[in-house]
Design a protein around this ligand. Structure first.
Ligand code: NDP
Length: 255
């Protein structure tokens, strides 16, 4: 056993939704472990800023803007990356959104929007990249689930539905693709202070509830997700498949 098991030098990773928040931190972590990283988001200006920041930290980073909910654009972008930048060895399906609201009044359009962003996207990008990985008989895919892959909370039932589905899609992808030497796992982050959680971070009542509810007594720091991602992206996880690793300061272990 050696630390080289975790070395990602020579590998290329595509991280969806990585212009900020968890995706950007995961890109930084994989980059520091040696990978070349391809960042993605829809808003080109924020994407450019993220690429510049990673390059300043000595990471080989490129930005490719596309919408992960548009399967035609996804296929085109993945084909272009493979042809012009190089093979994608590691895919992190991180892009996701939150839309809160009581279920009885939840707008149908918003339901479709969140399902497209959090679930369809994982299928679309994985299928596009998976075809190339199958051809190479090698690859790592990491899906980003949530505590809500297991549990629910008031006003986010649709989000909970998508994240539960991401967990089971991870198992399905493993069942279909492990035979091609592709390892597909998930990370379930607890509560991290990112723009997605702005409403919660700015709510003192939630902040104090969360600190009491979490055995670690605090919000997660996005860099604390990097270790699980590096592990799952590396040779150290060559026989780990279909799992979801929760990085949550102990929330799920505790009533
Ligand atoms: P943020 O809102 O901070 O960032 C989301 C990123 O995804 C942005 O870069 C955004 O850029 C991009 N994005 C959103 N929609 C699309 C799209 N259709 N196509 C391409 N890119 C897109 O979110 P977080 O970092 O907080 O969350 C990242 C992931 O982690 C999500 O899947 C979320 O559900 C999950 N998660 C987060 C937790 C937390 O505590 N923050 C807890 C558990 C899970 P742009 O808008 O420009 O496209």
């Amino acid at each position: 056993m050696s630390i080289q098991l975790f070395d990602l030098t020579g590998k290329r990773a595509l991280i969806t939704g990585s212009s900020q928040g968890i995706g950007l931190s995961l890109a930084e972590g994989l980059g520091k472990a040696g990978a070349s990283v391809i960042l993605n988001a829809r808003t080109a200006s924020r994407l450019d800023e993220a690429v510049t920041a990673l390059r300043a930290a000595g990471i080989d980073a490129t930005g490719v803007a596309f919408d992960v909910t548009d399967h035609v654009k996804v296929s085109e972008a993945v084909a272009k990356i493979e042809a012009e930048i190089g093979p994608i060895d590691i895919l992190v399906n991180n892009a996701g959104i939150q839309r809160r609201g009581p279920l009885e009044d939840y707008p149908i359009d918003t339901w479709h929007e969140i399902v497209r962003a959090n679930l369809d996207s994982v299928f679309f990008v994985s299928q596009a990249v998976g075809k190339f990985m199958i051809g190479r008989q090698r690859g790592k895919i990491i899906n980003i689930g949530s505590l809500m892959s297991e549990q629910a909370r008031y006003s986010i039932a649709p989000y909970t539905a998508t994240k539960g589905a991401v967990k089971n899609l991870t198992k399905g992808m493993c069942t279909d693709w492990a035979r091609y030497n592709i390892q597909i796992n998930a990370i379930g982050p607890g509560y991290f202070a990112t723009p997605l959680n702005k409403a919660l971070v700015e709510n003192p009542e939630f902040d104090s509830w969360l600190k009491k509810r979490t055995p670690a007594g605090r919000w997660g720091r996005t860099e604390e997700l990097q270790g699980a991602a590096i592990f799952l992206a590396s040779s150290a996880a060559d026989f780990v498949n279909g799992q979801i690793i929760y990085v949550d300061g102990g929330v799920l272990a505790t009533i």
